[in-house]
Design a protein around this ligand. Structure first.
Ligand SMILES: C[S@@+](CC[C@H](N)C(=O)[O-])C[C@H]1O[C@@H](n2cnc3c(N)ncnc32)[C@H](O)[C@@H]1O
Length: 374
């Protein structure tokens, strides 16, 4: 991966495809969801949101029409966007190369399959969920290729015809909160993508799974820029998640006027793992910003993760003559070529690099600049 590669990836950005999908989704809602008033839809959204808050480990109530309406009109577009953003990071790294078959496990309305279908061509796709009611809707709204299969089954059950594990990706999006264990058969596959809510608890549990994946022969392609133990697990107060600006469709603002929660910024935690070696391990040491850029009393700082360490990169904007860093949470950065151009201070959880005039070039951003400026 190089800066040129990033520029090339941005030029071929699939973000407009996502925006077109989001815009179109509302018109694809099947009856009776399409005849609900926005206020009624918002009431269903609040009911499902309450359900998840009060029963986080219970099965989603997809047999209830109100729950399916809330999923399709609200959670589906949000989860579609989150998986797309994590997948787009993978695409920049070449994560989908050589992968032909996709299993969306605990697919719900198929947000993950729909997102990954915008980023890559799949020879086969299977949406798997215990609820046949929700699978029916997944096909209606997802505009998935005609060869997509839907299978009403438990994700723990190994598919009887698992023909090409070496070119297969399984995605588990927002499923491990309900099912705490990864199904053992997915360890035979070439690639895994796990995406979870960005809460401290879900995210820390997800990062703890890295060791299990390493033991099963996987390597982490993203978001971690190293294979050392996660430095954010050392302190209970830390957790790793990314954030993007939500490219909300035009119909979203009306819905949000009836909801107490706002979604201008979407957060999520994820792991992309493959048996093959990630490009980051072949290049020079990289850093990933795991925090927002914070401006406080004349000093700016952002938490970075690299090589098993966590450290703040800090600078004084008033004193800095070089251009102000334009970094955002989730960006991958390269170390400056001159190691003497910045100063190391403190240690352990107080480790800090005063970057002075140093440039830590951005290798890859979570969103294109045109997206993040929205
Ligand atoms: C929170 S929803 C997430 C849906 C979708 N992946 C998304 O991100 O929008 C979790 C889904 O997993 C399904 N599910 C839960 N346990 C399952 C299991 N053991 N086997 C198959 N599906 C399961 C539920 O029916 C539900 O549709």
């Amino acid at each position: 991966m190089s800066q040129d590669f990033h520029a090339h990836a941005a030029l071929n950005s699939p973000w407009p495809k996502l925006q077109a999908e989001l815009e179109d989704l509302k018109s694809r809602l099947p009856a009776p969801a399409n005849s609900l008033t926005t206020k009624q839809l918002a009431e269903h959204v609040l009911k499902l949101s309450d359900f998840y808050i009060h029963s986080p480990t219970s099965s989603s109530p997809w047999h209830e029409p109100w729950a399916r309406h809330a999923l399709l009109g609200y959670f589906h577009p949000l989860n579609l966007t989150r998986v797309f953003a994590a997948g787009e990071r993978g695409r920049h790294l070449g994560f989908f190369e050589g992968l032909d078959h996709l299993y969306d496990l605990g697919s719900g309305s198929g947000a993950a399959a729909q997102a990954l279908n915008l980023l890559h061509n799949w020879k086969s796709l299977e949406l798997r969920d215990v609820s046949s009611a929700v699978l029916e809707f997944a096909v209606t709204i997802g505009q998935l290729p005609p060869h997509t299969r839907t299978v009403s089954a438990r994700l723990e059950v190994r598919p009887p015809q698992l023909a090409n594990p070496e070119s297969t990706l399984a995605v588990l999006a927002n499923v491990l909160t309900e099912n705490t264990e990864l199904p053992s058969w997915v360890f035979d596959l070439e690639a895994l993508m796990i995406i979870e809510p960005s809460t401290r608890e879900d995210s820390r549990r997800l990062q703890a799974r890295r060791e299990q994946l390493f033991a099963q022969g996987f390597q982490i392609w993203a978001p971690c820029p190293h294979a050392k133990p996660c430095p954010l697990l050392r302190d209970e107060r830390d957790w790793c998640h990314d954030a993007i600006d939500y490219p909300a469709p035009s119909w979203w603002a009306d819905l949000e006027t009836h909801l107490p929660m706002k979604n201008s910024r979407l957060t999520f935690s994820y792991l992309l793992a493959r048996k093959s070696t990630p490009p980051t391990s072949k290049s020079n040491l990289q850093l990933r910003l795991v925090g927002d850029v914070l401006a406080e009393k004349g000093k700016s700082r952002a938490l970075a993760c690299f090589d098993g360490e966590r450290a703040f990169l800090s600078w004084f904007p008033q004193r800095r003559k070089a251009a102000e860093p334009t970094w955002r949470r989730g960006d991958l950065l390269a170390w400056p070529s001159d190691p003497n151009s910045f100063e190391k201070r403190g240690q352990d959880d107080r480790l800090e690099y005063r970057i002075a005039e140093a440039d830590f070039p951005i290798l890859s951003k979570l969103t294109d600049d045109s997206e993040s400026d929205r």
